[in-house]
Design a protein around this ligand. Structure first.
Ligand code: NAD
Length: 711
């Protein structure tokens, strides 16, 4: 491997160490890099003549991205001893850096993550670039581990217990300016001044002997009282448990390591960190989260088509038909990234409602400090509205997000034939209707495609890009590229009723209603799903999605998969009574309070009683199995029919589209962890309920061969 470090000397005997992995976009720490750094540190340890050391990256705007996750992924199969050894290498090296015989300064320009942040923590000073690209963080908890090269012990000593807890447990990065405010960085300066400022800092450190004092101080225990420690631990754990419901152990392990090490000398505290790391590295949850990281990376690079010579078309202006729940969100997503968007609906009142929704998306983000009023103004300046369809004549892409009724949609397509530009792409946000069939009514079937967003659009990351029989590669590549431009993750899927996500979700949603009619309470059903890790229970989700949407989608599924899909008459009754869910004020629950919070509704009872089929006690275990087993079985059918290109598409589709719990790695990884044999046994009590619980060929083969889906 070519060298990644270059050691040069500046005037005044200051060493400048530049990290620049050749041919790579980012610098990462893997075993060869650590080995090379170890040799350099050995040389530096003998250089008592040096005045100081500056560490920088050779890649502008990219400092060090952290550990090489491919290596970390490989470590998942290592024994605890091997894991312990591998961690010790980094620890030992960074400890040696912290003891070099001269002051050391990290010059941070750009992304500085994980091990990148930890190496800077082992140095005496840090100066950060004041650019928006400079993000400094310890995101290890996001892949189910904790900072393992000193971060949990050095950071609290540097910036204090609570800010360190916040950075480590949230995994959220801070900017260069914030780093300076917190005392993490000595200063935040323009990137072109970093070297000069670094030299000046070394001169100051030597003159004042500040570097030796800092080293001595930072090696001491934090000296907090027992009460302070208990209070901080209880607050931090309470907060994290509230957010993660205990399903993500890494932040809790990090908190305990921080607390246990806080009042120890640094050398001993670092040992605490090593022991704590071993609790989480290689765990099933961490393995799942790392797998998700790789699946995400693959999707981010996926052009959506096998032929890599296909070039996506330029998209400058987008029209969105429908300003309802979805249309407003879709138009806003485009406008937010500066793509000129036109939102259309049938009358001004609906447009006004759509604009309210659009504003709310950004206003909500302003409230939590994730957006500014400038962002709102910029978004609004890119968003036009109209009731006049002829205004779509200059749009490159037209997204249709109107009522989920095939005849209504195809009537619009026919009208659009004379109005859209001849080379424009028409994309439908339909949840369930066949793209191939609707494409026949589109002006150009080869430029007709599914672009299926999820509710709420601003928060759900996924876009299913659905390829109809006639859809061209260029159309797919353009919609995939456009989806990435609006910061979504596109997954290309084949055309089948429900596509990927709804096809797999609806058996779960319908089973929830079946359970309700057999005697389970709404709360018990929602609770079982939440306990499994879903962000929202299926009954609550019905109300949010809209019962009409759910009903029409269910009808499509029943028609398409009549051997196994079920749809209780309850949904129809509720829709006919105008109970559409949250948007109409009532559905399964009522939403009449000021904040639109769900409340039990006695007016729902007659609907339940009319359709009830049983009234028995149903255990939480049965509820959980009956919700998730049909979801899994449908996923195997999706694989059998090649609706997706690989199992990872199913798992990422569900994680990003419906918030399937990431710590389980997706429904297929979850099934792998349960084991095909066990799933067959779990299905047995329910097979009499119908085909929806019958083992699929794929499941039977997995059980016979003893193989896993991911092998
Ligand atoms: P909605 O009822 O909130 O909004 C639909 C809007 O389309 C209404 O404002 C209506 O006036 C307008 N409309 C109807 N015909 C029109 C026409 N000819 N021209 C212009 N506007 C017209 O519905 P929604 O929930 O936003 O769903 C829209 C589409 O998105 C449906 O195809 C649905 O299946 C799909 N979808 C919905 C969800 C969801 O969770 N609600 C999720 C994914 C996809």
């Amino acid at each position: 491997m070519a060298n990644v470090f270059e050691l040069t000397e500046l005037d005044g005997k200051i060493a400048l160490l530049t990290f620049d992995a050749p041919g790579k976009k980012v610098n990462t720490f893997g075993q060869p890099v650590l080995a090379e750094l170890t040799e350099i540190v050995t040389q530096l340890e003998a250089r008592e003549d040096l005045q100081g050391l500056l560490l920088k990256s050779g890649k502008p705007g990219q400092f060090i991205a952290g550990a090489d996750l491919t290596e970390l992924g490989a470590l998942m199969h290592a024994t605890p001893e091997q894991l312990g050894e591998s961690m010790k290498v980094g620890h030992a090296l960074f400890s040696r850096i912290s003891k070099l015989p001269f002051p050391t300064v990290a010059l941070i320009d750009g992304n500085c993550m994980g091990g990148g942040t930890e190496i800077t923590l082992s140095m005496d000073y840090r100066i950060a670039a004041d650019t928006p690209k400079t993000k400094i963080g310890l995101p290890e908890v996001n892949v189910g581990i904790i900072p393992g090269w000193g971060g949990t012990q050095r950071l609290p000593r540097l910036i204090g217990l609570n800010p360190a807890l916040d950075m480590i447990c949230s995994g959220n990065p801070i900017t260069g300016k914030r780093a300076a405010e917190l005392g993490f960085a000595f200063d935040a300066v323009p990137p072109e001044h970093l070297i000069d400022e670094g030299r000046r800092l070394i001169a100051y450190a030597r003159e004042s002997d500040d570097w030796r004092k800092r080293r001595a101080e930072l090696a001491l225990p934090l000296g907090l009282s027992e009460d302070q420690l208990h209070f901080s631990q209880a607050t931090a754990e309470g907060y994290i448990m509230g957010k993660t419901k205990g399903q993500y152990p890494a932040p809790i392990v990090a908190i305990r390591a921080i607390m246990k090490g806080a009042n120890l000398p640094l050398d001993e505290a670092l040992k605490v960190e090593q022991e704590a790391s071993l609790e989480v590295v290689g765990s099933e949850i961490s393995t799942n989260l790392i797998a998700i990281f790789f699946m995400n990376t693959r999707l981010a690079r996926d052009p959506g088509v096998a032929d890599t010579s296909i070039v996506p078309r330029d998209v400058n202006r987008v029209a969105v038909f429908g300003s309802g729940l979805m249309g407003a969100g879709i138009a806003t997503s485009h406008a937010r990234v500066g793509i000129r968007s036109l939102m259309l609906d049938v009358d001004d009142d609906r447009i006004a409602d759509g604009m309210k929704r659009a504003r709310k998306v950004v206003e909500g983000r302003i409230k939590i400090g994730r957006a500014t009023y400038d962002d709102l103004a910029n978004m609004l300046s890119c968003l036009d509205t109209s009731t006049d369809k002829s205004h779509v004549d200059d749009c490159d892409v037209v997204v249709e997000a109107i009522t989920e009724r095939e005849e209504v949609k195809t009537a619009l397509y026919k009208e659009l034939a004379g109005l859209m530009r001849d080379d424009a792409i028409l994309a439908s946000n339909t949840s369930t209707i066949s793209i191939t069939r609707m494409g026949k009514s589109a002006p150009h079937p080869e430029r007709f495609v599914g672009m299926h967003f999820f509710f709420p659009v601003d928060r759900m990351q996924l876009v299913e890009v659905i390829r109809g029989d006639d859809t061209s590669d260029e159309t797919i590549a353009t919609i995939v590229a456009l989806s990435k431009r609006i910061k979504k993750t596109p997954i290309v899927v084949g055309d089948c009723p429900g596509f990927l996500v709804n096809r797999v979700l609806l058996p779960y949603m319908n089973e929830a209603l079946q359970l309700l009619l057999e005697g389970a309470s709404m709360d018990a059903i929602d609770k079982a799903a939440l306990k499994f890790g879903m962000p929202m229970g299926p009954i609550a989700l019905q109300d949010v999605v809209g019962l009409d949407t759910s009903y029409y989608a269910g009808m499509t599924m029943v028609n398409a998969y009549s051997d196994r899909a079920i749809l209780t008459p309850l949904l129809k009754d509720l829709v006919e009574a105008g109970r559409m869910g949250k948007k109409s004020g009532s559905g399964f629950r009522k939403y009449t309070g000021k904040k639109g919070k769900p409340e039990p509704d006695t007016e729902f009872t007659p609907f339940l009683e009319k359709n009830r089929v049983d009234n028995r006690e149903i255990s939480q275990e049965e509820i959980t199995q009956r919700l998730f087993l049909p979801m899994f079985l449908e996923s195997t059918r999706v694989l059998e029919e090649n609706i997706v290109r690989e199992p990872g598409d199913v798992d990422m589709g569900l994680i990003l589209g419906i918030g399937f719990p990431a710590f389980r790695g997706g429904i297929l990884r979850w099934a792998d962890s349960v084991g095909a044999d066990q799933i067959l046994k779990d299905l047995e009590p329910y097979t009499q309920l119908g085909k929806r619980f019958e083992p699929t060929d794929m499941l039977k083969q997995l059980a016979t061969s003893g193989k896993k889906i991911y092998e």
